[in-house]
Structure formats: structure tokens, C-alpha cells
Design a protein around this ligand. Structure first.
Ligand SMILES: [Zn+2]
Length: 483
């Protein structure tokens, strides 16, 4: 592993494009602040992913197991042993053997960032991601409206992010009937959070839920600030693109196919529009039955894919009921990147199709392996325009917090580097493996611990077997077996 560990230092192409987290601003800022750490290329930067999963999907919808963590605000209590270990790795380091150089060295490690789903974001950062200030990036400048007929908070006003002289800022008719002269929200300075949080009374347990001791949406002192370097880290929490993609596909398909199809929803949306003063001819028109069937049919037809690229998406399409459901996160990723654009272009009017196709292309572009800095600048500007375009077309209820978060993805790209090092796919796959260890359903966590240990042992043994015995380490991969 020793070569892989210092790859980013010795072999990475350094041409200014983003191809590794080391190209992101956050990593560079960390290196220049902690020079004694960064001069040793063997030192490790860690990303921490935290998520929970349900072991009994078919039996109970409420059971969930967290590989590290149990619940709510008290998560910090369970994280303390981990924080202690991270502190030790930073301050003292551990003696490690370098098999290439045949000598030992002192390896230190730091925690660069945390990868989390949006609800977990609140647990780990201390910023509550609910209510009218839900966006952890815009903080107290989050712009939101409560729709009293649809009973939900929405986040529109993306014209705020346009350049100050952009003509759309003065276009009252196509937007919410107002001019928009506010500057884009300022991102919080990295150390400000540390000082804000120092004023918070941090008591754990059920009592805390009753007392409202937060400042704005800050609810607690995050345990990660116990790490000496954490307050200087530029970029602490990743927005999980995988999770956002799934939610966006849900919203698009839900809106286009009108899956719930309740007339009450339509009525509520219309009352909300009336309250907001949006003109009648801008109010959403719902697709006819024929078009909805055509959309479902088109997705079904297009869903014949090469082995391994996605699961069988066609099975998710219920053509007669005009429904697409039960697809998994990776199916959503694939649909958003490639599949949806075909029916969108052929069925929807041009201006609607254009906005949605641009949205899909935004996702395809932020997920590239190599991205130049020029492209990042373009992406930042383009997503603002795309969201403004969508505001002119889609009903306000479409703009939940997930849609708003898109505006911050390009900035995170600049800070953290390519998306594929900062999303949940590897973690989800690992959780799937853990889930398969559960044989005794009355002791799921024990089964996982036992299964994990057995797997480690087998792995360890297989390194010492002769080459003529087939093991997981020398086996030909399934897709190469005919070569
Ligand atoms: Zn925001």
C-alpha cells in the first residue's frame, strides 16, 4: 500500500485541474497551515463517513443500525472513543512498516472532512437542517418561504446568486413579482463557527431537546472541534451528491408524472401561487395522461443497459399506472445522467426540456474524473441560471432544500476536488456487505461483528496460501475471465 499512500505526492499530474482531493483548495490550505504534517507524504488524510441502515427492511421499517453511531444529538457521546484515537494519530502517530523501503516510520493522520447524508449533517455539524434556515452553507441568510396551503418550507429566490447587473434580477413578471437586489449569501468564515459554538450550552440526553439553547440554527458544540486542527479546516462537511441525485430524480419524476395525483395537492399549490402573487399563465400545467404514459414507456424502452451499468430499471416502471418507483440510488444516478433526457426532449415543450436537460448535464459534469478550474467557474455560474430557469417553470413546492443545495455543489467541487472521493457509494456498498453478515436476527449487531472478524481472518490467511490455490486475491475478475 505504501506506493498508493504517497501517490498523490509522487505521481499525481499537477496541471491545475481537479483529479484528486489533493487538488482541492481545502487540502492545499490544510497543507500550508500544518507544514510539519504535510512534509511527510506518508501521513494520511482521512474522510469519515457516517450513516445508518435498516437490517430488517422487510420486517420493520423503524429498525436502524449505525455502524459507529446510535442516535440524535447524543451521537457525540458515542463518537468520543473515535475522537480520542484521531487525536492520538495527530499528536503522536503510530509506528508503521514500509515494505518497499524495508524500514519503519512514524505515520500520523488527520481528519480532512466528513461525508454525510443531509439529515446526518445536522447531527455532526450542530447546524439544524430543518426549518426556515435549513441550508448549512447559506446559514442565517437562507432565503425561504413557508407554503401554508401545501404545509412545507421551500427555498427559492436563486436570483440572489446571479451577478448584480443580470437582467433577470429586475424581471418581476417571470419570477415572484419582485425585483431581487440582495447579494449572494456570504459563506461562513471557517473559524467563526468555532467562536459561535463556544457560547452554546452543551448538555446531552433527553433534557436537551426541551431547552432551546441554540443560537440561530446552531444547536450544539460539535465533538469534532475537540480535534486541535478542526476549527481551521476549510471544508468540514460534504454534501453527499449521491443522496442529492436520488432526491432530485424523485422530485423530477414526481412532478412530471404527478405520482400522487391528488387533486388536493393541485388545489393547495394553486392557492399558494395565488398567495405568492405569481401570474396565472406561469402557474404549472399538469401533463396529460397520454404524455405521462409515453414518458413511462420511454424510460422502460431506454432501460436496456449493458451488464453492470445499472440494475434492471425497466422493472421499476409500471406503465399502466404511469409510475416509476422502487429504484435505488445508483439507478437514480444513471437515470439522471443518461436516461431521463430522452423522454424529456421528446415529450416536454422546448423551454421546459432545456432547463431539465441542463440540470442533468450539470450533474454529469460535476461527476467527471478530471475537471479544469475554468469548468468549475462555468459550473458555478450555470447552475444559478438553471435554477432560475426552473423557478420560472416548476411549481414552488418543487423547490425543497435538496434542490437548493445544488447551488453549493460546484463550490464544494472547488474546495474538495472530484465528487467520487466524497460521496457515499463505497460506504453504502460496505453497508450492504455488513447487512449480509446478519444470520441471527435476534442479534444483528453481534452477527455483523462476528462476520466482519471472520472475513478479516480469511483475508489474512489467503495472503499466505500458495499461488495454485484460487483466492480472492489472485482470482481473475468476472468480466475478464474470457481473456
Ligand atoms: Zn444555501
Amino acid at each position: 500500500m505504501v506506493e498508493a499512500m504517497s501517490w498523490h505526492h509522487n505521481e499525481r499530474v499537477k496541471d491545475g485541474s481537479l483529479r484528486h482531493p489533493a487538488d482541492g483548495e481545502s487540502w492545499k490550505a490544510f497543507d500550508s497551515r500544518h507544514e510539519d504534517f504535510s512534509k511527510e507524504p506518508h501521513n494520511v488524510r482521512l474522510g469519515l463517513a457516517i450513516d445508518g441502515f435498516n437490517l430488517f427492511q422487510t420486517l420493520s421499517s423503524t429498525h436502524s443500525t449505525w455502524p459507529i453511531v446510535l442516535m440524535g444529538n447524543n451521537i457525540d457521546v458515542f463518537l468520543q472513543p473515535l475522537i480520542e484515537e484521531l487525536k492520538e494519530l495527530w499528536e503522536l502517530g503510530v509506528e508503521t512498516y514500509d515494505s518497499k523501503e524495508n524500514k519503519t516510520f512514524n505515520m500520523r493522520a488527520c481528519l480532512l472532512w466528513i461525508i454525510n447524508n443531509f439529515p446526518t449533517y445536522a447531527m455532526l455539524s450542530g447546524w439544524s437542517t430543518k426549518g426556515k434556515l435549513a441550508c448549512p452553507c447559506c446559514n442565517d441568510e437562507t432565503s425561504s418561504i413557508y407554503l401554508k396551503h401545501s404545509h412545507k418550507t421551500i427555498y427559492m429566490d436563486h436570483r440572489m446568486f446571479l451577478p448584480m447587473n443580470h437582467p433577470w434580477r429586475h424581471n418581476k413578471r417571470s419570477f415572484n413579482g419582485k425585483t431581487e437586489l440582495r447579494a449572494p449569501p456570504q459563506l461562513l468564515d471557517r473559524t467563526t463557527v468555532f467562536y459561535i459554538l463556544q457560547g452554546i450550552d452543551n448538555s446531552f440526553g433527553k433534557k436537551q431537546r426541551r431547552s432551546k439553547n441554540g443560537i440561530l440554527n446552531w444547536k450544539k458544540w460539535s465533538v469534532f472541534f475537540d480535534l486541535p486542527y478542526w476549527k481551521f479546516n476549510m471544508f468540514r462537511h460534504n454534501l453527499n451528491v449521491m443522496h442529492i441525485e436520488k432526491n432530485i430524480v424523485d422530485s423530477i419524476i414526481g412532478t412530471l408524472l404527478d405520482i400522487f395525483g391528488k387533486t388536493k395537492d393541485h388545489a393547495a399549490a394553486r392557492f399558494d401561487l395565488k398567495d405568492m402573487g405569481i401570474r396565472k399563465n406561469l402557474q404549472p400545467r399538469y401533463m396529460s395522461d397520454g404524455k405521462r404514459t409515453k414518458l413511462a414507456k420511454c424510460v422502460k424502452k431506454g432501460a436496456k443497459l449493458p451488464d453492470g451499468s445499472a440494475s434492471n430499471i425497466a422493472r421499476c416502471v409500471q406503465q399502466t399506472e404511469k409510475k416509476i418507483s422502487c429504484y435505488k440510488t445508483h439507478d437514480a444516478h444513471f437515470m439522471l445522467h443518461y436516461l431521463l433526457q430522452v423522454p424529456i426532449k421528446s415529450i416536454l415543450p422546448d423551454h421546459v426540456a432545456m432547463a431539465l436537460v441542463r440540470l442533468c448535464s450539470f450533474f454529469r459534469r460535476i461527476c467527471q474524473k478530471v475537471i479544469s478550474m475554468d469548468e468549475v467557474v462555468n459550473l458555478e455560474a450555470e447552475i444559478v441560471k438553471t435554477l432560475c430557469r426552473l423557478e420560472r417553470i416548476f411549481p414552488p413546492s418543487f423547490f425543497d432544500i435538496m434542490v437548493h443545495l445544488l447551488i453549493h455543489l460546484a463550490i464544494e467541487l472547488r474546495l474538495g476536488g472530484p465528487v467520487q472521493y466524497r460521496w457515499m457509494y463505497p460506504v453504502e456498498r460496505h453497508m450492504c456487505t455488513l447487512k449480509s453478515y446478519v444470520r441471527n436476527r435476534s442479534h444483528p449487531e453481534g452477527s455483523i461483528a462476528e462476520g466482519y472478524l471472520a472475513n478479516e481472518c480469511i483475508n489474512f490467511y489467503s495472503r499466505y496460501l500458495n499461488e495454485d490455490v484460487q483466492t480472492r486475491l489472485n482470482r481473475v475478475p468476472r468480466n475478464n475471465d474470457e481473456l
